[in-house]
Design a binder for this molecule. Structure first.
Ligand SMILES: *Cc1c(COP(=O)(O)O)cnc(C)c1O
Length: 422
């Protein structure tokens, strides 16, 4: 459930019309709904009420300080993949003691900073990284809490670019090798193995890959316990899918129940790293039609050129991501003016589209809302074609808060200069 609905013929975010937001902040603009984010977090949290748990929002899905601050206030922890994300969490008021640090290539300075602020756990993705964390921690005279990110070799059945739990993926440590590495970790003075971690992919729409992964990891936990290595937590990663179009993913409650059931009877804290499921449907990208390029014949291609592009929202170009595109001013279902439009941006790439063949009745200057854009939207935006990134706003009831100003062209050139002799 979300809080983007039509009232008096205009699409609203909570109590505010998207027309008003476009007038005030311009387009393209990312609009997030605080009530939706809150609801998504609480549904997840309440489903886990019977188990010791932390929900660590994956910052890479949406790193806006306003969004992170709202989640921190609800009690969320955070899953980070860089020191930049760590600083965002701290700036937003997040608790470092609820931060887990994932990613295959953590630098020494990133490890040092994470130790300084006292994060909950490093999710270690290789033997070399384990050695590096051990060395940095020893150098600082402390010991780093670590989990090994094991690769359970399950096929998540999702897009190859967002499938991460197969042997052939760069992520994690092969499950057969994990035991030996835990034994090594237990001997190291600078690391303390406290947990085990996995993350098998993103936009998963069935429970079976999660069940398979958790079952394999629990078997590992048991083998480790036999060798005197008692872990305190199991981190099952993120990856629960959302409905973009007609997918039917398990609800967060079904998912949490399934995992909690597998764990039950064990003295293990549960950690989740959801990104998409909390944020995707809590955001839309509003964009304005610049101009229309209808084809000559009815069955030719018709292009609607809008002011948002692949640099603002890359999911369609990168992953074949499908986003619902709806008019901000409601249209009659059977309008005779409708055609199938390719909704494209102004960027010089054929892959620059937000949606293909969308049945809409369009005129220049119309406003459109690209739905489900709250995750992997702004965080993946770039300045390609020297395009400033959009503004971001959060709607709370009847109030709009600008949580990131639109970039200016001057912002794009900051730090650049001509050669001294030219
Ligand atoms: C991307 C990622 C997540 C979040 O994935 P979602 O599909 O957005 O839930 C969680 N953990 C790790 C390690 C990730 O890389």
């Amino acid at each position: 459930m979300d809080h983007f609905e039509y009232h008096s013929g205009l699409l609203h975010a909570e109590g505010v019309s998207l027309v008003d937001i476009a007038q005030r902040f311009g387009t393209p603009t990312y609009v997030y709904s605080a009530a939706t984010l809150t609801r998504h977090y609480r549904v997840f949290d309440q489903a886990l009420a019977g188990s010791d748990h932390d929900i660590c929002f994956a910052v890479k899905a949406n790193g806006n300080i306003g969004v992170l601050g709202l989640l921190a206030d609800l009690g969320s922890g955070f899953d980070i993949v860089s020191v930049g994300e760590l600083e965002r969490v701290i700036t937003a008021g997040g608790d470092p003691a609820k931060v887990v640090f994932s990613g295959v290539g953590k630098r020494r300075d990133e490890i040092r900073r994470a130790l300084e602020v006292g994060i909950a756990c490093f999710n270690v993705e290789s033997e070399a990284e384990l050695e590096r964390i051990d060395a940095v921690a020893q150098d600082m005279g402390c010991s780093a809490p670590v989990s090994l990110r094991v690769n359970p070799d399950v096929d998540a059945g999702t897009h190859p670019y967002i499938s991460t739990g197969l042997k052939e993926n760069k992520f994690g440590i092969a499950i057969e090798r994990a035991e030996a590495l835990y034994a090594r970790a237990a001997e190291m003075a600078g690391v303390n193995p406290v947990g085990v971690d996995c993350h098998i992919g993103s936009q998963l729409t069935t429970l079976s890959p999660f069940r398979d992964a958790v079952t394999r990891i629990l078997a590992l936990v048991d083998r480790l316990a036999e060798h005197g290595i008692a872990l305190e937590h199991i981190d099952v990663g993120g990856g629960l899918g959302v409905r973009y179009r007609d997918e039917n993913p398990p609800s967060p409650a079904e998912y949490a129940d399934a995992v909690a059931e597998l764990i039950s009877g064990r003295d293990l804290k549960l950690i989740f790293e959801p990104g998409r499921v909390l944020a995707a449907n809590a955001g839309v990208l509003i964009t304005r039609v610049e101009l229309l390029k209808p084809g000559a014949a009815a069955d030719d291609k018709h292009f609607a050129v809008v002011d948002a592009a692949m640099n603002d929202l890359i999911r369609p170009a990168l992953y074949d991501g499908w986003h619902r595109i709806v008019p901000v001013a409601e249209q009659a279902a059977a309008s005779s003016q409708k055609r199938r439009w390719d909704v494209v941006g102004p960027i010089c790439e054929t892959g620059d589209f937000l949606g293909l063949g969308r049945e809409l009745s369009l005129a220049p200057d119309d406003l459109l809302a690209v739905r489900s854009a709250g995750a992997y939207g702004f965080t993946m935006a770039s300045n390609y074609n020297a395009r400033p990134r959009p503004a971001e706003v959060i709607v709370v009831d009847d109030t709009v808060h600008e949580v990131r100003a639109r970039e200016s062209v001057a912002d794009l050139m900051r730090g650049e200069r001509r050669l001294p002799f030219s």
